[in-house]
Design a protein around this ligand. Structure first.
Ligand code: SF4
Length: 90
């Protein structure tokens, strides 16, 4: 399974939250912008490491749900989300 990063560039995020409906790991953060919470998914028990700074969110996962993350990225009207497979995987 590929390890992958979900990156949200906060400069680009407008808080429209189209991403939340595509992938339940996306949530509204305290700053009113999108962030990622691996525990937010009501159905799947997923594990991931999340770094949330003023500039960006980087969430790393090692599961089979990259397509959901890609759908969230595709749904984002401002292209704030990047999904990147880790080097050497896939
Ligand atoms: S869809 Fe894009 S702009 Fe909207 S909250 Fe999600 S990341 Fe931010």
């Amino acid at each position: 399974m590929p390890q992958y990063d979900i990156i949200i560039e906060k400069d680009a995020c407008d808080g429209i939250f189209a991403c939340l409906t595509r992938d339940p790991r996306f949530v509204e953060g305290e700053d009113g912008l999108a962030t990622v919470d691996p525990d937010a998914d009501p159905v799947y028990d997923c594990e991931g490491a999340v770094t949330d700074t003023d500039e960006r969110v980087v969430a790393t996962f090692d599961d089979d749900r990259i397509d959901e993350a890609r759908q969230a990225a595709a749904a984002c009207p401002t292209d704030a989300i990047v999904v990147r497979v880790r080097e050497g995987d896939e």
